[in-house]
Design a protein. Structure first.
Lengths: 261, 282
């Protein structure tokens, strides 16, 4: 019986039930944690022990981890809202032939390195917190514009023709098919790009140490080679990222009943 | 047995129509006229079928008939019912987008609107009060068996409900004319019957209602239509094909006595055979 089940687990495209999926996940967790405990034994080890990570977690909490998380989330939210508004304005106007080249150009700018942008932003922005926000806004917007342009490109011509056959003017088509008809995709674009943004946020936070945030904590821990704290922070950052992803997914499904993907 | 009818005003006139994309001419020299059918004691709409092998320009012709595409030459005229009759004739107008309803084979709907919202949107330009609109929409929903699902989105509908909604939308928006591009494609027997029932509902509800459709099912076309046009490649002088779609033959099933029959007879099969032969040679 067990042998048959194991055989199934190693057969390509085999379907397994929820219970078996849970078992497989549990086995992997046990294996990874087991390897971690085993590999971090002895006096010389590259990776911190679970005990060190737990201690790191406790010291971070004592130093106001929650306040730092709130600071990071606040920065993320502020930048996300501004960049979404800018990106949506650019993308929604991109069906206009006069605006399309600008939208495409902005999308190509995502290949620019961070250093180049921060140099010019330093000249334009005096406040360090604004600097953090605008560095994020610039980069998030470039990624949002790219993804949202992809959403627009994937709208089937049949949907446009359907609207035209119902006597929609060109602006009505833009409103009904592109803006209202693809609102759920905006949340999904935000969700898909959040991983990059969340990673970038940590880097950007190191620009202004006084403002705090997870980026500052990880930078300080790195400076003092406190590996227990570094791994603890990485786990926290990963878990918050996954939580944000889940919240956006649930919000999309809750708000838009017609969203099928 | 031939059924009594007469033909009155012209309801659709297509003259010297051609469509080209760059140097490639897709269809050319398309000419036909359809007239309003009057049957004693019965409101009888028109059902016109276009048959032809793939790539012969049926969809292109439909895009022009619905005003979604500008022809390279020629004109599509329909009566302008907003104008007064002059010399016992309804003035004609060039078709423009929205004048003729268009239903594609996927029965596309607004993904973010429920059935009721879609119908309300389709009916937004009608010059009647909101209460009258609401009453008419609810009547249609009842007649077409959609009342219980009126608050559902397209992704929550069955294939049949989706078809009926797409057809109703166009009925409310464009009035008398509706073009359906391969409405039977990929449908099971139940859904085919649903679309056939929808055709009958449209045809029986107003004598000016005109359904134009294309299909690869020749028997179905002969069963449903009162007028059939076969599209195909014409022949050059050296007897080779032109690779430009045009009308090869018109079958007036009213005149030949095949239209509106309750039984599909061997006579109908003879028409099917004839159409098949023309299509195979084109």
């Amino acid at each position: 019986m067990i042998l048959i089940m194991l055989k199934k687990w190693f057969r390509p495209f085999e379907k397994v039930d929820a219970k078996q999926r849970l078992t497989i996940t549990a086995i992997w967790i046990v294996l990874v944690v087991g390897y971690w405990i085993f590999a971090s034994r002895g006096t010389k080890h590259l990776f911190p022990t679970p005990v060190q990570v737990w201690a790191g977690m406790q010291s971070l909490y004592a130093e106001g981890l929650i306040v730092h998380i709130a600071s990071s989330l606040g920065l993320c939210l502020q930048a996300a809202v501004i960049s979404l508004l800018i990106s949506l304005a650019v993308v929604y106007l991109s069906p206009l032939p006069a605006i399309k080249p600008i939208a495409l150009f902005l999308s190509r700018l995502r290949y620019l390195p961070l250093t180049g942008i921060t140099f010019y932003l330093t000249i334009l922005v005096t406040n360090a917190r604004s600097m953090q926000v605008w560095v994020l806004v610039v980069f998030m917007s470039l990624y949002f514009i790219t993804s949202l342009l992809g959403v627009l490109k994937d709208i089937p011509p049949d949907e446009i023709n359907h609207a035209r056959s119902l006597k929609c003017s060109r602006w009505e088509i833009l409103w009904e098919v592109v803006i209202k008809g693809r609102l759920d995709y905006v949340l999904d674009v935000l969700r898909q790009n959040l991983a990059i943004i969340w990673m970038m946020l940590v880097t950007v936070e190191s620009i202004l140490v006084a403002a705090g945030g997870l980026g500052v904590l990880i930078k300080n821990s790195d400076k003092f080679a406190n590996h227990g704290r570094i791994v603890a922070l990485q786990i926290i950052i990963l878990l918050i990222g996954l939580l944000l992803d889940w919240v956006l997914q649930v919000t999309r499904k809750g708000l838009f009943r017609y969203s099928t993907y | 047995m031939s059924i009594k009818y007469e033909q009155k005003d012209t309801i659709l006139h297509v003259e010297n129509l051609s469509v080209a994309y760059g140097d490639k001419v897709i269809i050319s020299n398309i000419n036909f006229t359809e007239k309003n059918i009057i049957r004693p004691g019965k409101a009888q709409g028109q059902t016109i079928a276009f048959l032809g092998r793939s790539g012969r320009g049926k969809s292109t012709l439909f895009r022009v008939l619905t005003g979604l595409e500008e022809p390279a030459t020629g004109v599509v005229l329909i009566p302008d019912y907003d104008k007064e009759i002059v010399n016992e004739q309804q003035p004609a107008k060039k078709v423009k987008e929205g004048d003729v309803g268009f239903v594609d084979q996927k029965y596309t709907l607004f993904r973010h609107k429920t059935i009721y919202q879609s119908l309300k949107f389709a009916y937004r330009k009608a010059k009647i009060s909101a209460a009258e609109k609401d009453e008419k929409i609810n009547q249609y929903l009842h007649d077409w068996g959609l009342s219980s699902s009126k608050n559902q989105y397209p992704n929550e509908l069955s294939g049949g409900q989706r078809q009926r909604t797409a057809i109703l939308e166009q009925l409310l928006s464009s009035g008398y004319y509706m073009v359906l591009d391969e409405p039977f494609s990929g449908l099971d027997v139940g859904n085919i019957q649903n679309v056939k029932d929808a055709f009958k509902l449209i045809n029986d509800s107003h004598e000016l209602n005109t359904v134009i459709f294309s299909t690869h099912d020749i028997e179905l076309a002969v069963e449903l239509a009162d007028s059939i046009y076969v599209l195909g490649y014409g022949k050059k002088n050296d007897n080779t094909l032109t690779h430009t779609g045009t009308i090869l033959k018109h079958f007036d099933l009213k005149e030949s006595g095949h239209a509106w029959q309750t039984e599909f007879t061997t006579d109908h099969l003879q028409v099917v055979k004839e159409i098949k032969e023309i299509m195979m040679a084109s």
